[in-house]
Design a protein around this ligand. Sequence first.
Ligand code: SF4
Length: 326
Amino acid sequence: MSDSNKEFIFNMMSKVLDGKKITYEEALDLICSDNIETLADCAQNLTNKFAGDGIDVETLVNAKSGTCPEDCSFCAQSSFNSTVIEKYPLLPAEKILVQAENAVNNGANSFCIVCAYRAPPEKDFKQICETIKLIREKLDIQVNVSLGFMTLERARELKRLGVKRYNHNLETAKSFFEKICTTHSYNDRINTAKIVKKAGLELCSGGIIGMGETINQRVELGIALSSLEPDEVPINMLIGREGTPLFNKHLISEKEILQTIATFRFLMPRTILKIAGGREIHLKENDKKILQAGANGIITGGYLTTRGNKPTDDFKMLKEIGVRQK
Ligand code: SF4
């Protein structure tokens, strides 16, 4: 561990504290730094300074599962993949309301309705709008959605209904994207992210690490996300599901996860940086470390097609490390 590397990390922290952006090369030096303790501490300082000291706790509902026409190679819900999952059409509003009530009762501060579509058919979009109205009338919880590609008209309708945040991940670096998806382009994803912002919705956009991308491509993803100025960035860690082309591939180490999240904090000091899918498998009990190294959000109670920690266990963990919920 060299003193010059430690000094470099402190210099980068000062640069960000001064309101300046770090460059691609600087981010690359940060992500490769073995001085984990200093990297984590400085990332945490930036979180405290720019993003407040609370943790965002979100719950998801998979409101329409499977049979997606896109060929994303990591995804258990793609119709190109043969992962054994429960597949169902759009859930009725009442069923989604019950899940939102559970989220409130479990203590989550936001609830995200996620559907596996390229883009929802008109009938489904209308039903989702009715569901959002019902939740907003009955419950006091932030409603977020993730429905695939958006038009400006639809995004404005969601904003009018009180949706706070729209999730649309970039998934990975542009230079790696065609290795994981061929049925749509990176620019299609950027386009929806921009539409979401134009409509006045908050943007949630992140990706998946550990799919075989290089360290440089992780930085490339961080820079691309940073240029979109997202309000939230969920970072998933690949679980190579059976039936997908990425089955059993590229397990990422805990150290690399920490280096990536901490570097992303330097790139996006103000965002909610959320450790998402794969947390329980890749980090086990060590998710605490990442929440003290730049991350300030978790998803609790499970993911779209995989189980997660029980909310009671997650809240216990937050209490142990002495952080409050946002
Ligand atoms: S578009 Fe979304 S739901 Fe469809 S295959 Fe890709 S990641 Fe999965």
